[in-house]
Design a protein around this ligand. Sequence first.
Ligand code: SIN
Length: 325
Amino acid sequence: MTVALFTLGGTISMAGRAAGSVGVVARLTGRDLTAAVPGLADLGEEIEIHDVEAMPSSSLTFAQVLEVVDAASRAVAAGARGVVVSQGTDSLEETAYLADLVWPHPEPFVVTGAMRNPTLAGPDGPANLLAAARVGRRDLGGLVVLDDEIHAARWVRKQHSTSTSTFGSRDVGALGQVIEGRVRVLVRPDRPAPLPWPDAGRLAARRVALHVVSLEDDGAQLDGLADTHDGLVVAGFGVGHVPATMAPRLGALAERIPVVLTSRTGGGSVLSHTYGAVGSEVDLLSRGLVNGGLLDPYKARVLLRLLVAAGADRAAIAEAFATRG
Ligand code: SIN
């Protein structure tokens, strides 16, 4: 059996230093990475290496990620039993979700990375790569595998800036674990149907902003946003609240572009009919904002950008968030 490995840089591959710099940069190829993994050859899988680009994941674009998903799709169509993508962890929760939204195959699409680079004591990249390559379970869509835990791309978050156990799924927990090399899937979430493949030109032309609400925030920064953006995700307080002074601004924006309401808390759902003050979830939804449900602001932004690129109207966007949020 063949596993297709796509390498995109990140800490897992950062073993080099730029001239005159103290910081590490991505250098290692897929061949270097796989050669450093004890036990990988014993899996009996052929690892088909596709070196894409060694770059920090903070610089990745939607288009680059979709190019990898497209190439991965072709690898699966040609017989690979699964895909592993190695990349930086900074944007991994977003890229994995983007892939999950459009991945049309039962074969797993697994994203992994590392928190400790190969020049440090105890780098975690080799163990993460081995665990990711072991995961062959079908019909789970986009997955994130690090620290011997298997997470759904839809729910996983990077929760700590340096810890090797940074990835967690607060609302559902890990779907499974890799225990003594054995993959144990304990939870199988419902998986909504993949979205249609985005048109590259329309996607490039659509911009979606994210605004995190904070104390005494009147939303003045949002003035003019509908002239430059095609959608907005608001990360509100708690269950979806904003200051009363901001509520009319968001309502006016929602008349022009889709505005999705999420929570900045990192767990739990936006509510729909509990609080009634100006700026509460009831008020904002009545002004035309879309309820983002359980989707965190970053993933909501990924979904909203694909939806506006597909030309979805407000009703279709609300329906998509009701299904996926
Ligand atoms: C990156 O995301 O490219 C750097 C940080 C990391 O890989 O953990």
